[in-house]
Design a protein around this ligand. Structure first.
Ligand code: GUN
Ligand code: ZN
Length: 436
């Protein structure tokens, strides 16, 4: 007998890209829906009447009027920066030196790695985030501690050891050979084990020598199905610094291009100040951007051009990242709200359906996982979130005048927080339940 159960509630899935078709046409919404889960995967989604009639005698969890959708996917986050979220008064390069590097130095201690990983995972599950692309620190044990904690909860996670061999404190630097050897050993230990995947993680061009970037480019060619993540064009002082450090490069992305660090499976954090050639190169090479809106506001980096990057027949692959601790929230509602506000400042309205698509399908696609997570569909892994659409009196009152699911989603992304996450499931198992 398979381990089977049915979740009843409103259901939401995506059947198309809301940047390509009218947003309302891109979703399937059942106001009385159900999801049948078997052995950790989604076996069926649809109207509750049909799903229940087909199922026979299996357990039903009734979530009432709550909305069941795919768990959120955070395609850019630094778990070691959990203890320094909400650090005051600095822009990128000062923020790194003042807050980030001292915090990351503590991860030499495996007990710190495991303890912070547990806090981080508790917090993301409380916010309905079921998968993430995660930066460790330079210490391999930061990746071991993270994957051990994630595997104990059965989560699908991708993570990598940060590689830095210059412009960082001595205790946080490796070198080209160590970056290669340690990353390779971690790939061999973790990639494809349980639900873990490895991501090569040069922090960003200024903290790697050409030798280190070349070594990681070579390693990616050896293991092309691992991911690659780094930062790109976040802050104007950073960009000027990259130009000084790599004067032969045509632009910032040209540095990564020169070392073979671009292609499908590359996730570049931020990409705020891109030049035309860089935008075209991202489109052509199938590389992705992680839009991290609360971070871009919090550390004052700039306004991401969602409309421009998603326009056209070959849009750039974009997902949403919390970028904690540069990001100011673990909530995907707060992240979508900030993405909406940044779009408003750019003279463009980000449709709520597009925002939820970015936080699920879009982010899963940046991680090349959109055939298994990020949507409700038969065969997909049962990583789900249950959203209480009336989690507080003010939201309940506002919801009374809501006319369709798009508006309901908008009200949630503006007003809701972790109190709206009634439950989170990973691989069909409940991994978070809101306290009553
Ligand atoms: N650029 C290089 N490192 C970082 C980091 O840790 N956070 C952010 N936001 N940008 C970076
Ligand atoms: Zn980052």
């Amino acid at each position: 007998m398979p381990d089977a159960r049915i979740l009843k509630g409103q259901t939401l899935s995506f059947r198309d890209d809301p940047f390509r078709v009218a947003p309302a046409e891109s979703i399937v919404h059942e106001s009385h829906g159900a999801v049948r889960i078997e052995d950790g995967r989604i076996a069926a989604v649809g109207p509750a009447d049909r799903i229940l009639a087909e199922a026979g005698d299996i357990a039903v969890e009734d979530h009432g009027r709550s909305l069941i959708m795919a768990g959120f996917v955070d395609c850019h986050v630094h778990y070691p920066q959990t203890p320094i979220i909400a650090s005051y008064g600095a822009q990128l390069l000062d923020w790194l030196n003042t807050y980030t590097f001292p915090a990351e130095a503590r991860f030499a201690d495996p007990a710190v790695c495991r303890a912070v990983a547990e806090t981080f995972l508790d917090e993301i599950l409380r916010n309905g985030i079921t998968s993430a692309a995660v930066y460790g620190t330079v210490h391999p044990q930061s990746v071991d501690g993270f994957f051990e904690a994630a595997a104990a909860r059965g989560l699908r996670m991708a993570a990598g050891k940060v590689c830095m061999d210059r412009h960082a404190p001595d205790e946080l630097t490796d070198d080209a050979t160590r970056a290669y050897d340690e990353s390779k050993a971690l790939i061999e230990r973790w990639h494809g084990r349980d639900r873990s995947g490895y991501i090569l993680t040069p922090r960003f061009a200024p903290t790697s020598t050409a030798d280190q970037l070349a070594a990681l480019g070579a390693l990616w060619r050896e293991f092309p199905d691992v991911l690659m993540q780094t930062h790109l064009s976040e802050n104007r002082d950073e960009i000027a610094w990259v130009k000084r450090l790599f004067p032969q490069a045509r632009d910032y992305l040209g540095v990564y291009e020169a070392f073979g660090l671009i292609g499908p499976g590359a996730i570049f954090g931020h990409g705020i100040w891109l030049e035309e050639r860089e935008r075209a190169l991202l489109r052509e090479r199938g590389a992705a951007l992680a839009h991290c809106p609360t971070s871009n506001l919090f550390i004052g980096s700039g306004l991401f051009d969602m409309a421009g990057l998603r326009a056209g027949a070959a849009p750039v692959c974009v997902g949403l990242g919390t970028d904690v601790g540069g990001g100011s929230s673990f909530s995907m509602f707060a992240t979508m709200k900030a993405a909406y506000e940044i779009a408003q400042l750019g003279g463009y309205s980000l449709h709520p359906i597009a925002a939820y698509w970015l936080a699920t399908v879009g982010s899963a696609r940046t991680m090349r996982l959109d055939d298994r997570i990020g949507n409700l569909a038969p065969g997909y892994e049962a990583d789900l979130v249950v959203i209480d659409l009336t989690s507080r009196p003010v939201i309940e009152q506002r919801m009374r005048t809501v006319e369709d699911i798009g508006e309901a989603l908008f009200v949630q992304l503006i007003l809701a927080d972790d109190r709206a996450i009634a439950a989170t499931y990973s691989g069909g198992r409940k991994v978070h339940e809101r306290a009553v």
